[in-house]
Design a protein around this ligand. Structure first.
Ligand SMILES: Cc1cc2nc3c(=O)[nH]c(=O)nc-3n(C[C@H](O)[C@H](O)[C@H](O)COP(=O)(O)O)c2cc1C
Length: 172
């Protein structure tokens, strides 16, 4: 099974999560390919999709929302796993962005998981820094790459099961 792994990222942290997902899946024997979300023109040739986005002001980034809009039919025809990356600190708040369920439904995703994010003040725009300060949001890197890899391994194993049951139903 060939799997597309892609994510929308403003400052690169979510892209690094996608890279870790892709690598962990490959190590587990899955033919996973990482593509920049802007380069995804069609899902043809991919049997499954892992799609992620950073969350800003409660929303997925535009590139990820656009991908769901433009490829909705293709997505619903394939096994899809979603991840959102956003909350920083503990407890992880908000637990889910308002778009969490919307994206899950639109893609008929098997799972939509939430990973803690990363706020590096040095890379923020002036406006973003002002938002972070006004919300008194915590800054720092709260990503847990062990958690991310474990999740990816779970996805890879589920894909294997799907593949096995497809082969079984073909053989009869
Ligand atoms: C201005 C700003 C607004 C944010 N708004 C949210 C939010 O509403 N919900 C959330 O969970 N995380 C929010 N975050 C945290 C980001 O989603 C997190 O930093 C993420 O890891 C950034 O990913 P990126 O580096 O791929 O852009 C916000 C961060 C910034 C700088």
């Amino acid at each position: 099974m060939k799997v597309l792994v892609t994510a929308a990222s403003k400052h690169g942290s979510t892209l690094q999560i996608a890279e870790a997902v892709c690598e962990a899946m490959r190590r587990r024997g899955v033919d996973a390919r990482l593509l920049p979300i802007e380069k995804v023109k069609s899902l043809e040739g991919f049997d499954a999709v892992v799609l992620g986005s950073a969350v800003y002001a409660g929303r997925w980034l535009k590139a990820a929302r656009r991908m769901v809009d433009e490829h909705r039919a293709e997505l619903t025809e394939r096994p899809v796993w979603l991840f959102s990356s956003g909350p920083v600190g503990k407890p992880l708040e908000p637990e889910r962005s308002p778009e969490f369920d919307k994206m899950t439904e639109a893609t008929a995703a098997r799972e939509h998981t939430l990973f803690p994010g990363n706020i590096d003040r040095r890379v923020l725009t002036v406006a973003e820094r002002a938002v972070v300060s006004s919300l008194q949001a915590r800054t720092g890197d709260f990503r847990d790459f062990n958690q991310i890899r474990q999740w990816a391994i779970g996805v890879a194993d589920e894909l294997r099961d799907i593949e096995r049951s497809q082969i079984k139903s073909l053989v009869g």
